[in-house]
Design a protein around this ligand. Structure first.
Ligand code: MTE
Ligand code: MO
Length: 326
């Protein structure tokens, strides 16, 4: 197959050109042909039909125009790695568990309640959310506090688009994100590793920053459940845990929200959690990171960049001691 050299200068197609959907469709066609050629009732025929049947829940496409101004040129992490190496404690604390367990998450119907210090409180379903602003593709680096990172093409739009619609009043100083906590769907809630529901938050200017992405898809398809379907945020200059998954409530508040990781270990996870190679985690260095799916075992780790390589956010923190406000 001919792969066009993409305009971002990488020998990689944009995910909007070749999506997991395309891969899935060609595979399905192949399986159909295989089934047609096989003797009815034979082992091959049975296998082919079972395969074809199992694939009926095809990933749904979600494409958007690439926004090059906000996109990293780094080599993208393979979809397979980004969708099987996850942190989503509601589905287990092992990296491989969310991909195995998150099929029980029911992502439709789904509503997000937007409330608090705003003039226009509202409840939106996913279709309402998707219609709020044009979907863009943003290729972001995401670095976990544990010392690994990925480069993922996301589909969504700036959270600021939603914030403008609900008209915050003068008391709105922070935004609090509450995520789903349903023990019937989420086996991980049985274990008290965190206080449920998982809550995260941003200061108002951080929430309004155009890089803060309200995210409904990745790699040209709707979010896999393990990546936070049907809607999450992605805040690329902060450690990954700020990017809350499967959001059900967005509340505008006066006081700094009590966030899940900060409550569980305040000396390790501050509210700001900006990626900062100069402020070590109490138990390990934050100076370097491993790029998932790219670096081999003996590969040198790469240096972690201030604000994860997003210097355009620095002005929001001028005058703040980032060692104290970690
Ligand atoms: N609801 C919820 N959101 C969450 C988490 C979680 O456990 N629960 N883990 C966070 C952490 S620690 C990281 S690194 C990112 C991982 O996102 P990814 O699996 O899509 O790469 O999700 C964040 N959002
Ligand atoms: Mo993380």
């Amino acid at each position: 197959m001919l792969i066009k050299r993409s305009p971002n200068g990488l020998d990689l197609p944009f995910s909007s050109e070749i999506t997991p959907q395309d891969v899935y469709e060609s595979r399905r066609k192949f399986i159909k042909q295989m089934a047609a050629g096989a003797v009815a009732g034979s082992a091959l025929w049975e296998m082919a039909n079972r395969e074809a049947f199992a694939q009926t829940t095809a990933p749904q496409k979600l494409v958007g125009k690439l926004n090059p101004a906000y996109s990293a040129l780094d080599k993208q992490t393979p979809f397979k790695d980004a969708s099987t190496y996850n942190n989503y404690y509601e589905f287990g604390t092992d990296k491989s568990e969310p991909a195995v367990n998150a099929h029980t998450l029911k992502t439709r119907p789904w509503t997000v309640s937007i409330e608090g210090e705003i003039k226009k409180p509202m409840t939106l379903d996913i279709d309402g959310l998707l219609k709020l602003a044009p979907i863009e593709e943003r290729v972001y680096r995401l670095r976990c506090v544990e010392g690994w990172s990925m480069v993922i093409p996301w589909q969504g739009f700036s959270l600021s688009e939603l914030i403008k619609k609900v008209e915050p009043n003068g008391n709105a100083k922070f935004v609090e994100f509450t995520t789903l906590a349903d023990p019937k769907q989420m086996p991980g809630l049985r274990s008290p590793v965190l206080q449920w529901p998982y809550v995260e938050g941003l200061r108002m200017d951080e929430a309004m920053h155009p890089l803060t992405l309200l995210t409904m898809g990745m790699y040209g398809q709707v979010l896999p459940n393990q990546n936070g379907a049907p809607v999450r945020i992605v805040v690329p200059w902060k450690y990954g845990f700020k990017s809350a998954k499967s959001i059900v409530k967005i509340r505008f508040v006066k006081e700094m929200p009590r966030t899940a990781w900060n409550v569980s270990a305040p000396s390790e996870y501050g509210f700001y959690s900006n990626v900062n190679p100069e402020v070590d985690h109490p138990r390990w260095s934050q100076g370097s990171e491993r790029r998932i799916g790219e670096d081999g075992f003996f590969q040198k780790k790469r240096k972690t960049l201030m604000f994860n390589g997003y210097p355009q956010v620095a002005s929001m923190y001028t005058g703040m001691d980032l060692k104290k406000n970690f």
